[in-house]
Design a protein around this ligand. Sequence first.
Ligand code: SF4
Length: 189
Amino acid sequence: MLTKKEVEDFIVKFPVYQYAFLTPEEIDFTPKVRNFCKRDCRYYDTNWACPPAVPRVDKCRLRCSQYSNVLFFSSVGSIGEGTKEARDESKQGHEDLVRIIEEHLISNGYSTYTLTSDTCTLCPKCTFPHEYCRHAELMHPCIESHGIVISDLAVKFNMDYNISSRLHLWFALVFYEETAEAAEEKADK
Ligand code: SF4
């Protein structure tokens, strides 16, 4: 099992801006966030990573509570004038970072469940709602889709939410738990 220090030693090799270790119990899951998704988000009803495709918030909370550990972190991306292309490129850099951290945890015997900022951009055009998600095993649901107010969580853990108009903070919550196989293997040693 990796200690927090070992996870920390790994992630600081990469451009992670700020991070905190938490537990699912420290996160508020609030169904009313879905009202903001519906009213204010351009991705609502367009992608498998966003409502209404994501299960109800109580089910999301249940899913997240199956993991004992959560790595909450942010990375900084340049979005220039805020064009879609610049934003997508910046988001991709964050997703690459998330993938490296996830793969490190998985290769050390953990199962993971990850939420990230914004919607899923893995495919040029999302298949929602006509076909199943093409990469369900790789897709990261949006943090807000799970009823989590990221600005509140950032404040709670003394992390920045905004830094400048041209630099965007991207967030991720990686829920992780040692697999039964890894735990058995360790016990046999
Ligand atoms: S992987 Fe593709 S199909 Fe699945 S949510 Fe992302 S963009 Fe949509």
